[in-house]
Design a protein around this ligand. Structure first.
Ligand SMILES: Cc1ncc(COP(=O)(O)O)c(C=O)c1O
Length: 395
């Protein structure tokens, strides 16, 4: 059977692939600690599950409006006002089956064939693939350690051409955990406005921030940014609801209309009863979220302390639940005769030795590997013991 050239050029999602491999190795009885998953290891809070059950009992099992049920759109409007100081009308909100889907639809509706999209690296690899699928050209800007792996106004300015349409900002970042301050976003927004561009702001990790830092939405910084930013968010990470598949975006009215039209032909509405559960999620339970955040914070600090003890460098994350570990000192070394020539080899040989993590290459950072601290303290303890044993054997 023919497979389209478009489809053939799309690689599989590496995180999903490696997570599946870990599951398979475990089912074969191998002892393997997985630091790969991009999801909380908590169950969805009971009161959210209860509201989904209630929605099912109430017969909420049918199609809903493409852009989401009115109750959820209202809850999202309130959330933007409460958390981000952003005022939207319900017509500007599009609920989708996950932030990934919202991102795709936003890119699809902004980008024509050959249009350029600026993506600061390291970045979540889905961005690049989505831009390519939509016919756009990803323009990758390598950020620097001295700038906290965040794009600077001059780097942005230098990357802009007459084909540039939008820039993707992800704060806090997957994979680095970097968080842009208000001042940094303000400086970037001036460049964006000067060149009449738009921003797609992926704020999915907004609630997972540490050390007292504050998440700011670039959309809230000026009337221009409000009118020219697509804010993407969802319930997956904050409420431990990855499997429910509910995301959302806020966009200027005309673009929101286009996204709704396209979504009407791609995925239609997000799961009906998951939308009702998302209303409950967004309307309360701050203490539940705070408890999860504190647990992540504890694990983050624990992992950092273990790496410090091992003398291994990493990017100290201010948000999300990932640690990006610098493996440059191990590149060129060998494990039992197998040479580590980059992050792929490092990850692959380590997996054979009982620890799975994500290589940095697809994030455009081959000197790094990503571990998730959305895992239990016991797994961190055992996993890092294995990593230390692995590193000690390198020569
Ligand atoms: C940066 C980033 N954005 C978006 C998503 C997608 O989230 P969702 O589960 O809502 O599709 C992820 C998931 O890993 C992510 O890391």
């Amino acid at each position: 059977m023919k497979i389209s050239k478009k489809a053939q050029s799309v690689p599989a999602s590496m995180t999903l692939e490696i997570s599946a491999k870990v599951k398979q190795l475990k089912s074969e009885g191998k002892s393997i600690i997985g630091f790969t998953a991009g999801e909380p290891n908590f169950n969805t809070p009971d009161y959210i599950i209860e509201s989904a059950k209630q929605a099912l009992d109430n017969g909420m099992t049918k199609y809903t409006p493409v852009a989401g049920i009115p109750e959820l759109k209202k809850a999202i409007v309130e959330k933007f006002k409460r958390d981000n100081g952003l005022e939207y009308e319900e017509s500007q909100i599009i609920v989708s089956d996950g932030a990934k889907s919202s991102l795709f639809h936003a890119i699809y509706c902004l980008v024509d064939e050959g249009d350029e999209v600026i993506i600061p690296a390291p970045f979540w690899f889905t961005y690049e693939e989505q831009v390519k699928i939509c016919g756009g050209k990803p323009v990758i800007v390598q950020t620097k350690a001295e700038n906290g792996y965040k794009i600077t106004p001059s780097e942005l300015e230098n990357a802009i051409t007459d084909k540039t349409v939008t820039i993707l900002i992800n704060s806090p970042s997957n994979p680095t955990g970097a968080l842009y301050s208000k001042e940094e976003l303000l400086a970037l927004s001036k460049v964006v406005e000067k060149h009449n561009l738009t921003v797609i702001s992926d704020e999915i990790y907004e609630k997972l921030v540490y050390d007292g830092v504050e998440h700011v939405s670039i959309a809230s910084l000026s009337p221009y940014m409000k009118e020219n930013t697509i804010v993407v968010n969802g319930v997956s990470k904050t409420y431990a609801m990855t499997g429910w598949r509910v995301g959302y975006l806020a966009a200027p009215k005309a673009l929101a209309g286009a996204i709704s039209r396209v979504q009407g032909h791609t995925t239609s509405n997000a799961c009906s009863f998951a939308q009702y559960a998302s209303v409950t999620a967004l309307q309360g339970g701050e203490d539940v979220i705070e408890n999860m955040r504190q647990d992540f914070d504890e694990r983050r600090k624990y992992m950092c302390s273990l790496l410090d003890e091992m003398g291994v460098k990493y990017i100290k994350p201010q948000g999300a639940f990932y640690l990006f570990i610098d493996i440059s000192q191990f590149i060129g070394k060998a494990f039992e005769g197998k040479v580590i020539d980059g992050s792929m080899a490092f990850a692959s040989i380590l997996t054979e030795n009982g620890v799975a993590l994500i290589p940095g290459l697809p994030f455009h950072a081959d000197n790094f590997v990503r571990v998730s601290y959305a895992v239990s303290i016991d797994d961190i303890k055992e996993g890092f013991k294995r990593i230390k044993a692995f590193i000690d054997k390198l020569n």
